[in-house]
Design a protein around this ligand. Structure first.
Ligand SMILES: C[S@@+](CC[C@H](N)C(=O)[O-])C[C@H]1O[C@@H](n2cnc3c(N)ncnc32)[C@H](O)[C@@H]1O
Length: 289
């Protein structure tokens, strides 16, 4: 019987990461948690796992995020894949939030790294993190408790959250879309639109689609099952298609991009637009604000 060839991740990245991470510390953490009990406390039995999620081995890990080892190794590895510095990359999203939100939802929150930063930046605000992986939520909740931050973590599918219409002023997602088929990303944006209050803001921080298209080797080594489909897509277009306005995407250093957009206000609540009548006394043509 032939042994399957090692993947690029197994060949090159796994040996590097195994040197960089503190294996003993991870094992100590694993032994300090009653996983069966902790996972049960975050599992909503009504959640249905989408097919792509159950069947994909993200980063070459079997069972993807429904695996304790994936949750334990996520933070130690992620710090090395967001150059030039994980905190700076995540901060780009925090800094782009306008105004004074009252409720913020972090979709696909994982181990809660961005969620904790949101709560630190807006301590009075209700912050909710939602993820499909109870294992990741166990880690997120532990980090929030250690930091004395009051954050609600929910087990759920970002495509169909079950949360009420218009409940949030900001809905965001970090590093979620490169791990979903584009059809799922588009459904998540439609759900975000529903969840936002009119005038609310959506923020998507993820891999830079332009950079990824230009560097195929990156897509090869990270073993993300949907990264090529993601890089061929266009988050701006997906946001527009979901009904958002004021759509813009900017580079975050070299490897990431931040997209932001707004849910339109109902026409009656919009600021009056200047019309050509005001200027000429003639026919009324709407002028750009
Ligand atoms: C690469 S991790 C990003 C985690 C975190 N946002 C961060 O920035 O570190 C992707 C996360 O998305 C979650 N996820 C994937 N599809 C999802 C979905 N449809 N609904 C909710 N979470 C999802 C995974 O469980 C995983 O925790």
């Amino acid at each position: 019987m032939t042994t399957p060839a090692k993947t690029l991740f197994e060949q090159y990245l796994a040996p590097i990461f195994s040197r960089l991470i503190d294996r003993e510390a991870i094992l100590r953490l694993r032994d300090s948690i009653d996983w069966e009990q902790a996972i049960a406390s975050f599992t909503n039995p009504q959640v249905v796992y989408p097919e792509y999620y159950k069947t994909s081995n993200f980063h070459g890990v079997k069972q993807g995020y429904l695996n304790v080892d994936a949750a334990l190794t996520y933070d130690p590895i992620t710090q090395y894949v967001l150059p030039p510095h994980e905190t700076w990359v995540r901060e780009s999203l925090i800094k782009a939030i306008h105004g004074a939100p009252r409720r913020i939802l972090d979709l696909g929150c994982g181990t809660g790294s961005t969620t904790l930063m949101l709560k630190r930046r807006f301590p009075e605000v209700e912050v909710v993190g939602l993820d499909l992986s109870p294992q990741m939520l166990v880690m997120a909740d532990r980090k929030a408790r250690d930091a004395h931050l009051d954050i609600t973590f929910r087990h759920g599918n970002a495509m169909v959250t079950g949360l009420p219409d218009g409940a949030f002023d900001v809905v965001c997602a970090t590093l979620l879309f490169h791990e979903t088929p584009p059809a799922v990303a588009k459904t998540i944006l439609r759900e975000s639109f529903r969840l936002l209050t009119p005038g609310g803001q959506v923020l998507i921080l993820d891999g830079n689609q332009r950079t990824l298209r230009a560097t195929d080797w990156l897509s090869n080594i990270f073993e993300e099952p949907f990264i090529r489909d993601y890089s061929q897509g266009n988050v701006d277009a997906w946001l527009g298609f979901a009904g958002f306005e004021a759509v813009r995407t900017e580079d975050v250093f070299w490897l990431n991009q931040l997209s932001s957009a707004r849910k339109p206000l109902p026409v009656r609540d919009r600021a009056p637009t200047t019309t050509a009548t005001d200027l000429t006394g003639g026919m009324a043509y709407p002028q750009p604000a």
